[in-house]
Design a protein around this ligand. Sequence first.
Ligand SMILES: [Zn+2]
Length: 294
Amino acid sequence: MRVGVDVGGTTVKIGFIDKGEFVHTYAIKTTKTDLFDNICKSIKEYAEENNITIEGIGFGMPGHVGNNYIDRLPNIGLADFNIEAHVKKYFPNVIIKSTNDANAAALGEYLNEHKYNSAYMITLGTGVGGGYIVDGKVVEGFNNNTGEIGHMVIDFEHNYKCSCGLSGCLETVSSATGLVRLAYEYKNKFKSNIDFDNITAKEVCDKAKEGDELACRVVDFAMDKLALAISYVVLTVNPEVIILGGGVADAGDFLIDIIQKKYQQYAHYAVTNLNIIHAKLGNKAGMLGAAYLW
Ligand SMILES: [Zn+2]
């Protein structure tokens, strides 16, 4: 059986998967110390209790990972950490693979669709993640950084500082955090019914659907920059489909329609027929993708 592990900032989701189907899923807390010991012990315990033979374990990590090595992942307290060496202590004879969480989710959604040769997934959450899949494989790139469009420098108007150190990154305006940031920026410039005491990205999208002036301006700007980024992606790797996921994408066809319209303004004539679809697996995508990294 395959095991897919989706490591998040607060929980670790673990899925036992057989022939593409989830047999069992559960979650444990993300701990700042002994994280991989806790994960491995938990998997071992479940596998032994249920007489499961594990073929391999794949990990989706919340940050940069290359060749099973984590340089630094301060959000979960790991630095200079070799995943394979650590997991081998518990599972000496299984396949061990890892990638970042956006790539894992992209592969999961790609496999769930199983009708495209290539797909590019964009996740609009706290940040903006991306993953590029070709022929069932994650395209990692020379520095294992393919698909990191959240850090494409694209907004020269507000030029907000990004957590990565650059300014004007796509995720400073087009993520959930970005939508809220823009709403505050426009607060005194446009009329609005937004309740700023309880503001969320969902609230901004809901208000935009109702025609709220401020919310419409925010969504318009954020999706314009996203569409511009997508036009660069399409001219670079020309994927068969763009899959849109993450909390912000839950606003549904409303957002996809706006992105499509904006995209047409930037699209080269040969690539105007862009297919954008919704992610469908929700928080199971990362586990499925992680389990099929080999
Ligand atoms: Zn950045």
